[in-house]
Design a protein around this ligand. Structure first.
Ligand code: GLU
Length: 374
């Protein structure tokens, strides 16, 4: 078993429509789904957290509604998703319940991972579900997504979810078992790559279009997903889901392609917060430096001043009383709400603001501290 798989604590598994839905009959492949849920229950038992990103809503729903084969108009795919998603939810709920696990449906739209205010919400909801022992089952909310505002394919959606959740492994299960040097169907000497350390132009050129009829994503979107994943410190695997128990088969045979990240998710996230984002404001706290350095979150109590105008989810700097930057982080409150609660105990927040917000202004997981001397 590969070290990256063995070490992975939080795994996102993306399931393509062609695996879940029988192409000819348009019905759910329940035996396959049951076997997959056995794999997930086993992973959970071994202490790993699993988040599913499941396609299949449109493929299932169009059959129930009796729509003809071929490309669908936007309204018809939205209607199909509404019908199919309820079938999917039912199937996951009963398969996981039979294994003593709770399934949790999470439908996201593009803004949930791209807009930082909503990103913090989605991240904390999925974290809470994992903490409570549920298996989040994520899909795009295709019923309200329009062609302009959508992820469009679940490969990239899964990569965004993996990056948002700081997962250390993303597995794309579909009808292809890896990245080949040339299209395997038409090129006899095409060879599957075991691992990709860097996504070079040569690697991108190998991604001919090997998509199947049911799924939107071909190899091109898988490479796009790999770029998102590895930039976030997540290793990505392309593996075949055509077999029963695809995750245990993956663990035992290792037939797949690994895209290797150069850092771990926590380091990548801290780098993103500390380096890429422009702070929209600052908190001044004379005593914060030592507490933050020992791994604490920034609480309202010690903050003496709020500078700038920012919304929840924006990057905000943390400064000492002398003005030196101690670190940066994603803030849990807008500048007006933050100004109202600084200097106060976290327990008073609900009384002051009229709603129960987070106890911290910036949670330590959302914070990147300046190294000494930099
Ligand atoms: N979200 C779509 C569905 O559930 C699938 C998108 C894809 O196949 O990548 O039907």
């Amino acid at each position: 078993m590969r070290r990256e798989w063995q070490k992975a604590r939080r795994i996102v598994v993306k399931i393509g429509s062609a695996l879940l839905v029988d192409n000819g009959a348009g019905v759910l492949r329940s035996a396959w789904l049951d076997a997959l849920c056995d794999d997930i229950a086993a992973l959970r038992k071994s202490g790993k957290e699993v988040i599913l990103v499941s396609s299949g809503a449109i493929a299932l729903g169009r059959n129930v509604l009796g729509l003809p084969k071929g490309p669908l108009k936007l309204e018809d795919s939205q209607a199909s998703a509404a019908v199919g998603q309820i079938h999917l939810a039912h199937a996951y709920e009963s398969a996981f319940r039979a294994r003593g696990l709770a399934a949790a449906q999470v439908l996201v739209t593009l803004g949930d991972t791209e807009e930082r205010r909503r990103y913090l919400n989605a991240r904390s909801t999925i974290s809470t579900l994992l903490k409570l022992g549920a298996v989040p089952v994520v899909n795009e909310n295709d019923t309200v997504a329009t062609n302009e505002i959508r992820y469009g394919d679940n490969d990239r959606l899964a990569a965004r979810v993996a990056s948002m959740m700081s997962a250390d492994c993303l597995v794309l299960l579909s009808d292809v078992d890896g990245l080949y040097t040339a299209p395997p169907g038409s090129t006899p000497d095409a060879r599957r790559l075991e691992e990709v350390a860097d996504i070079t132009a040569e690697i991108e050129a190998m991604a001919g279009d090997v998509g199947s009829e049911l799924s939107r994503g071909g190899m091109v979107t898988k490479i796009e997903a790999a770029k998102i994943a590895v930039a976030a410190g997540t290793n990505m695997v392309i593996a075949s889901g055509k077999v029963l128990n695809p995750l245990s088969v993956l663990a035992s045979t290792g037939v797949c392609t690994w895209f290797l990240a150069h850092s771990d998710p926590v380091t990548a996230r801290k780098r993103w917060i500390g380096g890429t984002l422009e702070p929209r404001g600052a908190f001044v706290d004379a005593g914060a430096a030592a507490a933050l350095a020992s791994g604490k979150s920034l609480l309202p109590a010690g903050v003496t001043r709020v500078d700038g105008a920012f919304e929840r989810g924006d990057a905000v700097a943390i400064r000492s009383a002398e003005g030196a930057e101690i670190g940066r982080g994603l803030v849990a409150y807008s500048h007006t709400d933050a100004a109202a609660i600084i200097g106060r105990k976290s327990g008073e927040i609900a009384d002051i603001l009229g709603y129960l917000g987070r106890p911290e202004l910036i949670h330590r997981d959302d914070m990147s501290l300046r190294k000494k001397g930099s």
